[in-house]
Design a protein around this ligand. Structure first.
Ligand SMILES: [Zn+2]
Length: 117
């Protein structure tokens, strides 16, 4: 069989395409595996912190599902809130509209002037 024959060219072309396809698949799956492993390494500790703090009802990472009362005057804190500072924007909590007491998302008073973000 000579190289100039159309059948042979088609076979060579098909072989090259198959080889390129295999190479592309290998590269993509390696990248995907690395992404999945890195994502898992980041996500697992974060999920652990969220579940732990939600169950304990303290800490910055948990999710507070209940509405809270102001510990000073008993006024219900709004569920949809407008953050008054960076800490409230990042970690939740609010400021009582009636008495101005700042509380975290668990309803615990944050000391005035606390710079802990
Ligand atoms: Zn209050």
């Amino acid at each position: 069989m000579r190289c100039s024959e159309p059948g042979h060219r088609a076979l060579v072309r098909a072989g090259l395409v198959a080889e390129l396809g295999t190479l592309a698949t290998t590269v993509v799956s390696t990248v995907h595996i690395v992404l999945i492993v890195v994502s898992a390494l980041i996500a697992c500790p974060a999920i652990f912190l969220v579940i732990r703090d939600t169950r304990r009802g303290t800490g910055k990472w948990g999710i507070s599902f209940r509405g809270r009362l102001c510990p000073t005057c008993g006024t219900p804190l709004p569920l949809i809130r407008r953050p008054a500072n960076e800490r409230q924007r990042l970690w939740g909590g609010g400021t009582c509209k009636k008495c101005g007491t700042e509380v975290d998302k668990w309803g615990v008073v944050v000391p005035a002037g606390s710079e802990d973000v």
